[in-house]
Design a protein around this ligand. Structure first.
Ligand SMILES: [Zn+2]
Length: 312
């Protein structure tokens, strides 16, 4: 399993004041439109969870939108719909010092807000399911640390975590918070206004603003520092994938929460579950790539639905 570093001690989160943004504050702005889940669907999901002894849960961006972190794909409210921004590509990050400078400058500005997000009632519900012995393993595609902030321990962060930084040279892992201190020391006069923060902590800045932003290298080997996050175009570590397959093989039921499963790295576990004839349920707003593999699809807000399901 991957090493997990603590994040800084958090003070209660006050919503940031937005001065020059078209996006108003408030978490539900990033949650797609959805009517309340009907009682019958909730009952069916309760039955499904009640029958599970070793529940395997996969979560995605839909869980974190309720904590105020936008996703990329949601209809109307995701970043793809609202902006022309696209996530950083792995190859571009490795190849181009200029891209890394732009990436880190934006990430530096977005960090105070991104790192202050708190788990919501969906994260807390899943943590209680673990505590009660219902949940065998949780795999998240999110990199926002909200599951570990909620106290989840039987957890794999499939795409890494933005709260950690990795050196591409020597592989050493450090806390993102430490890097923030270095950024401040290296860029004492650097000022920029935070705009819209992306799922990976990125924000929007003009190119001319980032020209003079200084990025430190690894203090052990001088290597390139990268968030310990799987960027688009990169692949998830083989041993992590195998580890998750092993946890899945020990499970008797699979529940997807807040993911459209568009990315293969998560979808492959649904294919594996289907091959093994493990029952699958999905709780998500909107269609998913695995709808044809599931016996139960519930459309609804993760927090609203999970907080009324009992891990009996
Ligand atoms: Zn290094």
């Amino acid at each position: 399993m991957k090493m997990r570093l603590p994040w800084r001690v958090l003070t209660p989160h006050t919503p940031p004041v937005r001065t020059a943004s078209s996006v108003p504050a408030g978490a539900l702005n990033f949650v797609p439109a959805c009517s309340s889940t009907d009682a019958h669907s909730v009952e069916l999901l309760q039955d499904f969870v009640s029958r599970a002894c070793r529940l395997f849960v996969i979560t995605g961006a839909g869980l974190s939108t309720e904590s105020g972190i936008p996703d990329y794909r949601s209809e109307g409210v995701g970043l793809y719909a609202r902006t022309d921004r696209r996530p950083m590509q792995h190859a571009e990050f490795v190849r181009s010092a200029k891209s890394r400078q732009r990436y880190w400058a934006r990430n530096f500005v977005g960090w105070p807000q991104f790192s202050s997000h708190q788990p919501n009632c969906a994260h807390r519900a899943l943590q209680r399911w673990e505590e009660s012995g219902k949940l065998h393993w949780l795999v998240t595609q999110n990199v926002d640390a909200l599951h570990s902030k909620a106290g989840q321990r039987r957890l794999t962060e499939l795409h890494g975590c933005a709260h950690r930084v990795m050196c591409l040279g020597c592989g050493v892992i450090t806390a993102r918070e430490e890097l923030q201190t270095k950024f401040i020391a290296l860029n004492p006069d650097w000022r920029a206004q935070a705009g819209v923060v992306a799922p990976d902590g990125d924000v929007f800045l003009e190119d001319k603003q980032v020209l003079h932003f200084r990025v430190p290298s690894c203090e052990h080997c001088g290597g390139i520092l990268k968030p310990e996050v799987t960027f688009f175009g990169d692949t998830v570590n083989k041993s992590t994938v195998q580890f998750v397959h092993d946890r899945l093989a020990e499970s008797d039921t699979v529940l997807v929460v807040g993911s459209s499963l568009q990315v293969y790295s998560g979808y492959r576990f649904l294919l594996a579950a289907s091959d093994k004839k493990i029952p699958i349920a999905i709780l998500n707003i909107g269609p998913t790539r695995a709808d044809h593999l599931t016996g139960l699809k519930v459309s609804g807000r993760c927090g609203e639905v999970l907080s009324v399901i009992q891990p009996l």
